[in-house]
Design a protein around this ligand. Sequence first.
Ligand SMILES: C[S@@+](CC[C@H](N)C(=O)[O-])C[C@H]1O[C@@H](n2cnc3c(N)ncnc32)[C@H](O)[C@@H]1O
Length: 244
Amino acid sequence: MTSNSDTPPHRRTVRSFVRRAGRLTASQQRALEELWPSYGVAFDGKPIRFDDLFGRTAPIVLEIGFGNGDTLVQQAADNPGLDFLGIEVHEPGVGHCLLKARDAGVTNLRLIRHDAVEVLDTMIPAASLSRVNLYFPDPWPKKRHHKRRIVQPRFLETVAERLSAGGSFNVATDWAGYAEHIDATVSASGRFECAERRVHSGDQPLDRPGTKFERRGLRRGHRIWDWRFLRVDNQPPDLATGEL
Ligand SMILES: C[S@@+](CC[C@H](N)C(=O)[O-])C[C@H]1O[C@@H](n2cnc3c(N)ncnc32)[C@H](O)[C@@H]1O
């Protein structure tokens, strides 16, 4: 075997999703063609200027992995004073969300169809978000797949960076093993304080509408974990207090 020093090292990216073939319905296909120009933001790796994107200045809420988008559209409709950005890789989900957005007549919503980790890394400016929602991320239950879970130390670091001071990171899961992982990883990050944590049977969602995957988990007898984490500022003690 020969090695070529001009060849860049192979960089293996572990992603939190697998591309599912999922068939688009005819109306979802049409929505992607006709409604995408109104709601879609192309992935170009350049920082978004939210004021230009929405034509106003308002707090920005980001939802990662919005699935079919029902929850996202409802939150946008219920909160006209906030602007919402949803990120999802699953095309039929994006198509479904576009149809819902049109039917609801929301204007405070934009969508990106790309890996949220890359979008966060390259397109979301520091301290630009007031809230990040991560509802029922893929649990990747097998041990050998735990590295695929989106909640990882580096991801949390980036979320904290992109949140404005006092911004919140709202998470929910129906998977006990992922709940333990989230508790441990968020606590170890030192970037968030847990403002609220609920374990319930779908009857006490924390400040969010129910979601499709939540309903599926409940049908299987799962419990639901809901957290609201607040970004904390990790200033060194001397800077925070003015004392040495
Ligand atoms: C279990 S589903 C939950 C969907 C929705 N939040 C709900 O509660 O019904 C997780 C979703 O996250 C999406 N997803 C996973 N990793 C992602 C990533 N890195 N970027 C964007 N979407 C992602 C998947 O395509 C999937 O639709």
